[in-house]
Design a protein around this ligand. Structure first.
Ligand code: DX5
Ligand code: ZN
Length: 230
């Protein structure tokens, strides 16, 4: 089975004092997207960056910007991230009072919409949303911090999500990415791909290593071994 794989370094582990440079370096090293973690110290116990920073990195990013919102409420801030250059905007169902409306707001502002599943959040939320989604993001850590350990049961969830996505895509012809976020490293990315993921967020594994290109190249080699084109 051939699948296009995308590697999305999470800027959470980048050097925030040199963010533009870090974005350029990681793209030069082979990143397919850049993942921006937005935390509000309310929905998750950490505070990161808002639309201003997204707009600031935009001119440095020649690849899509993948915004992961860990904020509550969601809708008010969506247009700001769209204006700041986001390509994908993903949110957690627990953080939105009206999930269908939030997906609509993201689309109305010209972005692709993703729904994010925490480790204990059931995939049931896909039942009435999948035909509107462009991305499904499975969390393999509890959201809020980089550098946590991959939770193995995320693999079962990936397999289940893969089946649902394949059925939906076969029926509608729409592309839906299946992204994994948390604890992805060179030594487990192959297993994660075999479970069905096609888009891989990695923060500490990439920015924590001295040579970004070597890390991304090793990840691609592991992906090629797992079965698809790297
Ligand atoms: C966690 C964030 C992740 C995080 C991943 O809440 O959503 O994107 O940066 O970091 P690593 O790859 O270090 O687990
Ligand atoms: Zn994230």
């Amino acid at each position: 089975m051939t699948r296009t794989y995308r590697i999305a370094p999470s800027l959470l582990s980048a050097d925030f004092a040199r963010l533009g440079e870090e974005v350029r370096a990681v793209i030069d090293a082979g990143a397919d997207m850049v993942h921006v973690d937005v935390m509000d110290n309310h929905y998750v116990p950490n505070l990161t960056v808002g639309p201003l920073v997204c707009a600031a990195i935009r001119s440095h990013a020649s690849v899509p910007i993948d915004v992961h919102l860990m904020v509550k409420p969601v809708d008010r801030i969506v247009p700001d991230f769209a204006a700041a250059g986001a390509s994908f905007i993903s949110f957690h169902p627990e953080a939105s009072e009206h999930i269908d409306r939030t997906i609509g707001v993201i689309h109305e502002h010209g972005c692709r919409a993703g729904l994010v599943f925490n480790p204990a959040t059931p995939l049931d939320w896909l039942m009435h949303t999948i035909d509107k989604l462009d991305l499904v993001l499975i969390m393999s850590v509890n959201p809020g911090f980089g550098g946590q350990k991959f939770i193995p049961h995320a693999l079962d969830k990936l397999r289940a999500a893969r089946k649902l996505i394949d059925v939906a895509s076969a029926r509608t012809g729409r592309e839906i990415l299946l992204e994994i976020d948390g604890g992805v490293k060179i030594d487990n990315i192959g297993e994660v791909a075999a479970a069905g993921a096609d888009t891989f967020v990695a923060g500490s594994a990439i920015f924590g290593a001295a040579d970004y290109r070597a890390t991304i190249t090793a990840m691609r080699a592991a992906l090629a071994e797992a079965g698809g084109p790297a």
